[in-house]
Write a protein that binds this ligand. Sequence first.
Ligand SMILES: Cc1ncc(COP(=O)(O)O)c(C=O)c1O
Length: 411
Amino acid sequence: MQLDLDFIRSQFPIFQTELGQKIGFFDNAGGSFPAIQVVNRLTDFYKNYKIQPYGPNALGTKAGEAMDLGYHTMAKLLNVSINEMTIGASATQNLNTLAIACNSIVTKGSEVIVTEQDHEANIGGWERLCRQQNAILKIWKVQTNTGELVLENLEKLLTPQTKILCITHSSNIIGTINPINKIADLIRPMGIRLVVDGVSFAPHEFPNLDELKCDAYVFSTYKTYGTHQGIMVVRPDFLEELEPQCHFFNESILHKRLDTAGPNHASIAALAGIGDYFEAAYNHHFPNKELPLHEKTRKISCLMNAHENKICSYLLKNIQNLPLKFFGKKTMEGREANISIKADNVSSKSIMKGLAADNIVSKQGHFYAYRLMQAMKVTNLNDGILRLSFSHYNSMEEVERCVDGLKKLII
Ligand SMILES: Cc1ncc(COP(=O)(O)O)c(C=O)c1O
């Protein structure tokens, strides 16, 4: 079965606009387009009941019900209890809060391991925590030629003092999917907590938390067709060990424990639209309508991923002979569709501008994976690399235009 791209694109308002039809958008890792269901729910909230939710009046009740639906839909999509889930402002904020909340686990002399491959969101907060607690931050380094993490190098870092390991599910630069369960099998018998940054992974394959053996999982909904929020799932036994970061009188409400910002009502309500979108896409493609939402989502997500892999393979095949350095695996095996390149003779900025003139959106920079860039010896981080990040709503025609543009610009 193939993804019905016409149906998929009909679910995104952007493709109904003149510009949206003209532009081939390959900066999806920076934020995806929102689905119509999300936009409708957001608009509905603002238009019809944008007041403090849960008040004992008709408007407050409606607003409260809409927000609850947002929370419950996200929990259903992930097949987790709402008690395990924090909806914060962003993944960065959630990870920073989590790090602060680990202050009774990470004490003087404890060790925390972060990776050189990660986005700074899953490094900086842990580094600050270690500094405050007189603990030791250890860095799991990448192979400088490939940017890959090698498991044997992790083994050398583990000691009885290691408390937490933080790692990205897939790299936002080289695209590699890290073997989370293999890592879990290695460290969990030692009582080490595993914190996974799924921000780069989730837009390509909606995470299956039934299978992933981690203690905390974080991703961003503005990259998965929703509003600008961060989702953090923390397993109950880990949550119990953490210092609550909310108002003291809310500590017994578990999904508020790690919510430092206070909720963005309308934006959380609109998250129910992500569930509506996956459901509509599933129902359009598959006959069995009886499945729970998380199973529908996994099935349709597989189809979306297969489409992405197909069109991204075309790009991979057709840019191999250009004069450029290519980061990451050269086929789609074991990787996601975030493609990073650096041309030998042309700056990333001028390629980005050249592509934009032909209505192809790409992005250049270090993408906050600063340490990875340094490790891979990317010079001039201001210019950085050029990244083309795909979503399932991209078409082959857009990829072909992108390849033509790259061939014209990279000489
Ligand atoms: C891998 C990765 N982790 C974390 C983040 C930060 O996410 P947020 O913008 O929700 O803070 C990003 C953002 O691009 C990312 O790519």
